[in-house]
Design a protein around this ligand. Structure first.
Ligand SMILES: [Zn+2]
Length: 261
C-alpha cells in the first residue's frame, strides 16, 4: 500500500462521506495529521505512529492457532533479484499464493528485499505477489521510512475476526501508481500469523495498521483495491485502470489479464 497519501481536504471528505457508517475516533485522530504525500511532511506523525504501534505490539501474544488455510505449502523460496513492483494488471497479482513452510535465511532475505523495494517506492506496505513471489508474506511499516517506525513481517497471516465498524479511507497501491480512491473496510481486525522464525502469534490491529494490513492481506488472496471500491468510486478511476491494462497488453501481447468490469 502506498502512503495514505492525501491532501487534508480529501481526508476530511473521505471521512465524512455519507457512505461512512462509522469511524473510530482513534482512526480519525490518526489520519488527521497525515497531510501530504511528501516525505518531508511526514515527520510530525512518525513519533505518534511509533507509539501507537508499540501499544499494538504490546497486545501481541503467543497462541497455538490452528491453520485453517488449505493453500499449498512451499518449502523452498525462489526469486530473481532485484525485486521490483509488478504493475497492474500483471497476472501474478491474481495468481494463487502458497503458504510458507520454510523459515530460513531465504525467507529473511526475501522480507528484507521487500522492505527495500517498499521504501524505495515510498510505500507503507507490500505483499509478496506484488514482487512476483506468489507466497503468503507481507511486510509493512506505517512510518514508511527506513530506520523509523516498526517493521512488521507477517508470514501466512489469517484474519480471525473483523470489527463490525467500518470506515472509508483513500488508499493507494504500489502496483497502481498515481491512482488513489476511497475503500471501505472494517476499522479493526484480529489476525493470526507466523513470524520469520515460524513462531505463531495473534495481534489486534486498529487505525492505520489495520488499514494497511487488510490492503496487503487482500493481495494474498489475489484481490486488488479497486475490487473493493463502491461503483461510483470505481468510476472515478476506471479510465486510469483501462489505460494501465492497455499499456500492459501492448508490452505483453497475448497476456491473459483480468480487466476492470
Ligand atoms: Zn497494494
Amino acid at each position: 500500500m502506498q502512503a495514505a497519501a492525501v491532501a487534508p481536504q480529501v481526508v476530511r471528505a473521505a471521512l465524512t462521506r455519507p457512505l461512512t457508517r462509522s469511524i473510530s475516533s482513534k482512526l480519525a485522530a490518526h489520519v488527521a495529521p497525515w497531510p501530504q504525500r511528501q516525505r518531508t511532511a511526514r515527520g510530525g506523525v512518525v513519533a505518534q505512529a511509533r507509539n501507537r504501534l508499540a501499544d499494538l505490539l504490546a497486545d501481541l501474544k503467543s497462541e497455538d492457532v490452528d491453520d485453517e488455510s488449505t493453500a499449498p505449502i512451499v518449502t523452498k523460496l525462489e526469486w530473481q533479484a532485484p525485486l521490483g513492483v509488478l504493475p497492474y494488471p500483471d497476472p501474478r497479482l491474481r495468481a494463487p499464493n502458497s503458504r510458507i513452510g520454510c523459515f530460513d535465511d531465504d525467507l529473511r532475505r526475501l522480507a528484507e528485499e521487500m522492505f527495500e523495494v517498499m521504501y524505495k517506492d515510498e510505500g507503507v506496505g507490500l505483499a509478496a505477489p506484488q514482487v512476483g513471489v506468489n507466497v503468503r508474506l507481507m511486510v509493512f511499516n506505517e512510518a514508511g521510512e527506513k530506520g523509523q517506525g516498526d517493521e512488521i513481517v507477517l508470514v501466512n497471516p489469517q484474519i480471525i475476526n473483523s470489527g463490525k465498524m467500518t470506515n472509508l479511507f483513500e488508499e493507494g497501491c504500489l502496483s497502481f501508481p498515481n491512482i488513489y480512491a476511497d475503500v471501505e473496510r472494517p476499522s479493526k481486525v484480529k489476525v493470526k500469523a507466523q513470524d520469520l522464525n515460524g513462531k505463531k502469534f495473534t495481534i489486534s490491529l486498529s487505525g492505520f495498521p489495520a488499514r494497511i494490513f487488510q490492503h496487503e492481506y487482500d493481495h494474498l488472496d489475489g484481490t486488488l483495491f479497486h475490487d473493493r471500491m463502491a461503483a461510483p468510486v470505481l468510476d472515478t478511476v476506471r479510465q486510469q485502470l483501462v489505460a494501465m491494462e492497455d499499456a500492459y497488453l501492448a508490452a505483453n501481447p497475448g497476456a491473459q489479464v483480468r480487466r476492470v468490469a
